[in-house]
Design a binder for this molecule. Structure first.
Ligand code: GAF
Length: 383
């Protein structure tokens, strides 16, 4: 896709771009809604990427164009960028330049042409891919010298403040820092990382992503409500973040919350989910990949019953896949739609896929999109 995006840039702006970069979407293996609680996550990069051809400008103008969206070039003045003023896709790349400049980096403008194969609204981080590809390009072109984790933090700031979506740090870090063939075990408190080799094919297994086609958006209220509920839990328990509630002391902590029924559920999800991430890391490191299946299923139950962010389509994927021989399955990403993941033996993949498709048709749901996810490279310069 790099050449196509380069050609698109030339056609639009009449000159060659200074370079072309790509940044992937991600799928999260385990560790959901833990990132804004300073907890653990384990995403890996998808082969689906956002690709950007970019050149510098010196006149304070940002020109943006996407091959995937109807409409012409959008021209913005950097000095005039105002948080929460843009409800279009352009808010994501513009938010990155806003955040870089707010942090004092000398970014004087850019011409950008983008195209992405990351499905949007599918819980696979299409927005983070857009942000990270722009951040990496600008970092290289303006020689800012920022490290990957710093770029991820700035992208998150753009999304939180400029776009106005209260998301955590997982997606941007995944897009910026994942490595080919590995899942990323990330401590979202200090962004310390460990690359965990993940070669499911060598074990005779596959990880499927089932995009339910139910679209979601994080700037809508439910994500923020869960986040606020978790922060209330931390305050009531007198800790900085729910990450600080030890798994072994969970029952005592929940007892302290008394009749705060909703907060009890949220806290229980976050504390048990952190423990599940650590368990999955242990299993992968000891070579027992198959044994992560039941942990994924526990994670889904916790998101459905305690965090209450699943939906009938996601539950149907998980239930049907498990009934058709999957080793594990769970919703992935922010919830309220988007995608589920299914871990299966190669021999069962076709049966499971067919069963899920048939179950969706029988329920009158839009047909899901099913594809295999293989841990792929993180953000990089293509040319
Ligand atoms: C979305 C957010 F952007 C992430 O920060 C994370 O909270 C995730 O939902 C849930 O784990 O992808």
């Amino acid at each position: 896709m790099g050449q196509q995006v380069r050609d698109g840039f030339v056609e639009l702006y009449g000159t060659e771009p200074e370079g072309v970069w790509s940044a992937p979407g991600r799928v999260n293996l385990i560790g959901e809604h833990t990132d804004y609680n300073d907890g653990f996550v384990m995403p890996f990069a998808l082969p689906h990427t956002a690709v950007a051809a970019v050149s510098r400008r010196t006149d304070g103008i940002l020109r943006l164009h996407s091959a995937d969206v109807e409409g012409g070039v959008v021209e913005l003045t950097l000095d005039a960028l105002t948080p929460e003023s843009d409800k279009n896709w352009t808010a994501y790349p513009a938010g990155v330049l806003w955040a870089l400049r707010e942090a004092g980096h000398p970014v004087t403008g850019a011409d950008i042409h983008l195209s992405s194969t990351v499905p949007s609204g599918a819980g696979l981080s299409s927005s983070a891919a857009l942000e990270v590809v722009v951040a990496l390009a600008v970092n290289d072109l303006f020689e800012l010298g920022l490290q990957r984790w710093q770029l991820a933090r700035l992208c998150q700031r753009g999304e939180n403040v400029y776009v106005g979506a209260p998301t955590g740090i997982m997606d941007q870090t995944a897009s910026a820092c994942c490595e080919d063939g590995h899942a990323l075990f990330l401590d979202t408190r200090d962004l310390s990382q460990k690359q965990i080799p993940l070669d499911l094919a060598a074990e005779g297994m596959r990880l499927l992503v089932v995009d339910t086609q139910v679209k979601h958006s994080h700037s809508e209220g439910e994500y923020g409500k869960r986040r606020a509920g978790c922060e209330k839990g931390a305050a009531l328990l007198d800790v900085d973040a729910l990450r600080d509630v030890p798994y072994g002391e969970l029952d005592a902590a929940l007892a302290r919350l008394g009749d705060e029924e909703e907060v009890v559920r949220l806290v229980r999800h976050v504390v048990t989910e952190d423990e599940r991430v650590e368990r999955v890391v242990g299993l992968l490191e000891s070579g027992d990949v198959r044994a992560i299946g039941p942990v994924l299923v526990e994670g889904h139950a916790s998101l459905r019953d305690d965090f209450r962010i699943s939906c009938p389509e996601l539950d149907l994927v998980v239930d049907t896949a498990l009934a058709s021989g999957a080793l594990g399955a769970r919703m992935t990403g922010g919830g309220f739609g988007g995608s589920a993941i299914v871990l299966a033996d190669v021999a069962d993949v076709n049966t499971i896929t067919k069963a899920v498709e048939e179950a969706f048709a029988a329920a009158g749901f839009t047909a899901p999109r099913v594809f295999e996810a293989v841990p792929s490279p993180g953000a990089r310069r293509l040319s």
